[in-house]
Design a protein around this ligand. Structure first.
Ligand SMILES: Cc1cc2nc3c(=O)[nH]c(=O)nc-3n(C[C@H](O)[C@H](O)[C@H](O)COP(=O)(O)OP(=O)(O)OC[C@H]3O[C@@H](n4cnc5c(N)ncnc54)[C@H](O)[C@@H]3O)c2cc1C
Length: 518
């Protein structure tokens, strides 16, 4: 087994050199390195050692309550005592008010160390943002300090048996009862719907307040303590991976709740949590790609097989095909991280919201697929040992798989990008994307691909059936950004290895079908 090692140098290089974090007025590279280094030690020493045992034991439902695997409660308490749950929350609510880039680095390291535990803890920043934006003063005062102190963890309750990608089918109802509300219905697949790590749980629940499709959805909050036995955990799901993350089926029966934001504004309010979560899921993909590379590179440097051309004994990494796989893994990890950090810098700068809206689904799709591909290659590099559990790249492969499904299945993001994403505000997001790609790279390969992308953009806009083009258009958009990021990585790095990897990335064929009528 290869112990988890946080990729601190790669993360700092990406933030400082590639994404240009120093454009932010409050960016202090030294403080960032300090905080990230502190968290990395905690993650390596305390969180990562629970990843394998948590996977084997899993979360369990015992007498209607979820029990987390051994060791999770104590480690969570240490995490909360360290103040990590309030890392980016405002100081006035007890947080550390660090910017989202530091939080992103911490989140990536957390996911690399233990994806299942990270998921249960990391819906909190999105819940805090949602309350800051839509909550009443009383709601903010009541819940945000508890979340920053780690006394409360939060959930996001959207999915129902009949409502997955299509939230207009939500049937859970909220009815008014004086100045209170009551929620009744069934939610499924709710991550951290119950756990025994935090004293209380804040549930953000999307429920129906009228029959008008998505306009009839409103956002509510309720808490495990305030709900009492009006919320029942009816089962937790058996899954392919992230076994330590309890995926709960929940029955709400006249559960007392408070409206968050406006009546009928539920989806808009929930998007604040979801947009945060989408970048976070992108970082889960980065974390898996990076971890899979790490395990594979160490193994390939040590295992002797075959001979070099001069007849001397070779290790796996001496073979061209193994090097090909390692290069691909490394390029996926660094490229995916770069695009996510670039997006976060734009988000934090705040002057290009259309660009951020365009980039968010691109990151979600690219990074999650990068995590899965790199994990798959990791198994191949290790051969039979990759397929076994011993080196745990097979756990990375299983855990990574969910990222392309939750927070909006990748196909749904592709559809949104090729339709609404190209049309909103007259295509302002897509225009800003073109400008970003041009800024990142003047390389002829990228310029040619950008020309090709423009044809696809026009085809999506004029097509009677843009859904037919959505997958390829999104693949092409991802690939274009990935290549542009790699040109930028090589340009800002003094390491010749980065230029070599850029050439590997640029020389790979782009697997997109021919344009219809093209
Ligand atoms: C481990 C885990 C944790 C989760 N955590 C949470 C959570 O905390 N909170 C929560 O609310 N939910 C959660 N979910 C639910 C998750 O968000 C949904 O599974 C996801 O949104 C997809 O919905 P679905 O499973 O019903 O698939 P479906 O909507 O049935 O989709 C199945 C497939 O069909 C495609 N598809 C569906 N509709 C269309 C369309 N119109 N056009 C093109 N393609 C389409 C999708 O892309 C997908 O590939 C979790 C799920 C899992 C497995």
């Amino acid at each position: 087994m290869t112990p988890f090692k946080a990729p601190i140098d790669d993360i700092l290089f990406s933030l400082n050199k590639v994404a240009g974090a120093d454009q932010l007025p409050d960016w202090d590279a030294e403080t960032a390195a300090d905080i990230i280094g502190h968290f990395a030690s905690f993650a390596e020493g305390k969180i990562a050692p629970l990843d394998e045992s948590g996977d084997a034991q899993g979360a369990r439902l015992v007498d209607g309550r979820v029990k987390m695997p051994d060791g999770f409660v104590a480690t969570y308490r240490a995490l909360a005592e360290g103040g990590w749950q309030g890392l980016s929350a405002p100081e006035e609510f007890g947080g550390m008010e660090q910017n989202c880039l530091i939080a992103a680095a911490v989140s990536e390291i957390f996911s690399g160390a233990n994806h299942a535990m990270q998921m249960v803890c990391n819906l909190v920043p999105g819940a805090i943002s949602t309350l800051l934006k839509f909550g009443t003063d009383a709601q903010k005062q009541e819940w945000i300090p508890l979340m920053t102190a780690g006394e409360v963890l939060s959930t996001m309750c959207l999915t129902e048996p009949g409502a997955g990608s299509d939230l207009s089918r939500i049937r859970t109802k909220a009815v008014q009862d004086g100045d209170q509300w009551q929620i009744s219905g069934e939610k499924i697949f709710i991550s951290g719907g119950d756990q025994d790590m935090s004293d209380d749980i804040l549930h953000l629940v999307l429920a129906r307040t009228s029959d008008e499709g998505v306009k009839g959805l409103s956002l509510f909050l309720t808490g495990r303590t305030m709900a009492g036995d009006t919320i029942k955990i009816t089962r937790i799901e058996e899954k392919l991976g992230i076994h330590a993350s309890p995926t709960c089926q929940m029955a709400f029966d006249a559960t007392p709740a408070e409206l968050v934001g406006e009546l009928g504004g539920g989806l808009a309010a929930m998007f604040t949590v979801m947009n945060h979560a989408r970048i976070d899921v992108s970082l889960q993909g980065v974390a898996h790609a990076s971890r899979a590379y790490d395990v594979a590179a160490i193994y390939a440097a040590e295992r002797s097989q075959g001979r070099k051309s001069d007849g001397s004994p070779a290790v796996l990494a001496d073979h061209a095909d193994v090097r090909r796989m390692l290069d691909r893994q490394r390029s996926l990890a660094l490229g995916a991280r770069a695009m996510t950090h670039l997006t976060l810098v734009e988000l934090e700068k705040g002057d290009a919201p259309d660009l951020v809206d365009f980039l968010t689904p691109v990151c979600k799709v690219f990074c999650t697929e990068a995590g899965m591909e790199a994990a798959d290659l990791g198994i191949q590099v290790l051969g039979g040992y990759g397929y076994l559990t011993e080196y745990r790249v097979s756990q990375t492969w299983r855990d990574a798989r969910i990222t392309a499904i939750y927070e909006g299945a990748n196909g749904i993001h592709a559809l949104a990008l090729a339709t609404r994403g190209l049309r909103v505000k007259g295509g302002a997001g897509a225009d800003a994307f073109e400008a970003l790609v041009t800024r990142l790279s003047g390389h002829s390969e990228v310029t040619q691909l950008l020309e090709h992308w423009r044809l696809w953009r026009a085809a999506c806009l004029t097509s009677d059936a843009p859904a037919e083009l959505a997958h390829d258009f999104t693949k092409l958009t991802c690939e274009l950004l990935f290549r542009a990021c790699w040109c930028c990585i090589a340009d800002v790095s003094e390491d010749a290895e980065m230029s070599r990897l850029r050439d590997v990335v640029l020389q790979a064929p782009v697997a997109i079908r021919k344009l219809p009528n093209g």
